[in-house]
Write a protein that binds this ligand. Structure first.
Ligand code: GUN
Length: 304
């Protein structure tokens, strides 16, 4: 292995330590803690495990946290009323509605009902607009792209003027990370190319990348010969390709594979994220940071 392994778990722990310290300082000085509510509708097993992890992280940081689980048959009207209640609750600084929502509930309508100043997922059109403008406008960068940016910067890669290639154009990862890396700002200021399913020559673009961010959802899409020697490779793919019995717990667990052929790519890249343990741990961490920042905005101490 020649590439440096970018360990999301280590960078996560570093950032969570910073957040915890800030929460303690704010609690001492202002007597308040960040408040996060997660709203889960129904019993989708993957959603339950994501929400549980988010609540656990919030607890470990000393946040006020509410896990508000609602039945599958909740009406859209009832869900909107619930969101309105949390919008008005001064002790809540972050509202997260776990997706996907059951059929029959208009996801867009629900996300748009969240107060943009409590939208710690960064999915509300107002926050998407703020992200596009950049700079001090940005309140809540979406969590996975924010985590990717931290991985790149904390691994010591220069982003200014770097050739960044993003594979994928989803609203949750591809588009926002492209915009974020493009901004004229520290930790960004890159030359950004976005490639997607209609791109004529994926290999050509990937080979030019000094920083390659892959969020396509196609296992093993990026071949080792597409990687520029020494490049920083961020693999956002989490593809379930089978099941195995965990040696630790004896239970069935998913076999996960990224969008990059890791075993071959690690011999060419300068640094690469593993799957799992790369980008994954960063998403919840950035959710915690957004929730803390929401409180800081309210207290008028953001940016400190
Ligand atoms: N479902 C899968 N990922 C996410 C996420 O980041 N936020 C929300 N709200 N739902 C999700």
């Amino acid at each position: 292995m020649t590439a440096k392994l970018i360990k999301g778990t280590e960078i996560r722990d570093e950032i969570l330590g910073e957040i915890k310290q800030e929460v303690e300082n704010i609690k001492t000085k202002y007597g308040v803690v960040p408040g996060l509510v997660t709203i889960l509708v129904g019993e989708n097993p993957a959603s339950i495990s994501y929400v549980t992890a988010k609540i656990k992280a919030a607890q470990s940081l000393g946040f006020k946290e509410i896990q508000d689980n609602q039945p599958e048959d909740i009406t859209e009207q009832q869900l909107l009323a619930l969101i309105d209640r949390y919008n008005k609750d001064d002790s809540i600084h972050g509202i997260l509605v776990q997706l996907p929502l059951p059929k029959g509930i208009d996801e867009k309508k629900v996300l748009n009902a969240i107060d943009p100043d409590k939208d710690v997922d960064g999915f509300h059109p107002v926050n998407v607009g703020r992200l596009m403008i950049g700079g001090a406008e940005v309140k809540f960068p979406p969590c996975t792209p924010a985590g990717i940016q931290e991985l790149i910067v904390r691994s010591g890669f220069e982003t200014k003027g770097a050739e960044v290639v993003v594979v994928g154009r989803s609203n949750i990862v591809g588009k926002p990370i492209a915009i974020m890396m493009l901004q004229k700002a520290a930790n960004a200021n890159a030359t950004v190319t976005v490639v997607h399913t209609a791109t004529k020559d994926l290999a050509y673009h990937c080979k030019r990348a000094e920083i390659l961010i892959v969020a396509a959802g196609v296992p093993g899409l990026v071949k080792p010969e597409w990687i520029k020697p020494g490049a920083c490779v961020i693999d956002v793919g989490v593809n379930r390709v089978g099941e195995k019995i965990s040696e630790k717990t004896g239970r069935k667990v998913a076999i996960l594979k990224g969008d990059v052929d890791f075993d071959a790519a690690k011999e060419i890249a300068g640094a690469i994220t593993p799957v799992p343990g790369g980008v994954g741990p960063m998403t919840i961490t950035m959710l915690m940071r957004n929730t803390l920042n929401s409180l800081k905005f309210k207290l008028g101490i953001a940016g400190t």
